[in-house]
Design a protein around this ligand. Structure first.
Ligand SMILES: [Zn+2]
Length: 210
């Protein structure tokens, strides 16, 4: 549906914020947390309630308005640590998409040698990219190309760093599926005045030993 995104997208953005803002370790000082609760986005009750809402929406296949998800990206974009949060959110969404692939399918991909695993992995990236990220995914020669027209992170952060969300999602997906994670080029970008964002990842860098 145009103008909407899968709930997995805003969910991953908020989960990234939360994971950065909640101090790790078991001996977290409760008073410290209380004191910082309202100062840091990721610790607020609103965020926790929103995370729950998006998880429900995912379960019931309800999509979220694009501008709502964009609003979260904009809040992230204002932070000095925006770059690392977008990268983390991309990793989170990739891990969720990976978990949504049937375990049998994942096992088959891992067991097969690279040249057989890659076409199967490609199909999964294509399916997940279309369904969850609203992306188009295609093969061009030895590359896998992911394009996004309705980017949630467009114009939400300085220097186009919001694009790192999709880039890290693609990188992590390839890493999880075929132990890839080579060079990814951001070949087209809306932040540079083009009509869509597009990334090209080199398949050959994937499982180079096989
Ligand atoms: Zn871009």
């Amino acid at each position: 549906m145009p103008g909407t995104v899968n709930a997995i997208v805003p969910l991953s953005l908020l989960e990234a914020v939360r994971s950065v803002d909640i101090p790790e370790g078991e001996d977290v000082d409760v008073e410290y947390v209380q004191e910082h609760r309202n100062k840091r986005l990721g610790l607020s009750d609103t965020v926790i309630a929103q995370i729950r809402r998006y998880k429900d929406a995912m379960k019931h296949n309800q999509s979220i308005p694009l501008h709502e998800a964009g609003g979260i990206a904009r809040l992230i974009g204002r932070r000095p640590d925006a770059e690392s949060i977008f990268i983390r959110a991309g990793n989170i969404v990739a891990n969720r998409m990976y978990q949504l692939i049937s375990s049998t399918r994942r096992q088959i991909i891992h067991l097969l040698p690279g040249f057989l695993a890659r076409p199967l992995a490609f199909r999964q990236v294509k399916r997940a990219g279309e369904k969850y990220l609203g992306a188009s995914v295609r093969r061009v020669g030895a590359s896998i190309v992911l394009g996004v027209k309705e980017s949630v992170t467009f114009e939400t952060a300085p220097k186009g760093i919001g694009c790192l969300y999709y880039e890290s999602a693609l990188r992590e997906m390839l890493k999880l599926l075929v132990n890839g994670g080579g060079m990814i080029d951001h070949v087209h970008c809306r932040e540079r005045g083009e009509d869509f964002c597009e990334w090209r990842a080199d398949w050959r860098a994937v499982k180079a030993s096989q």
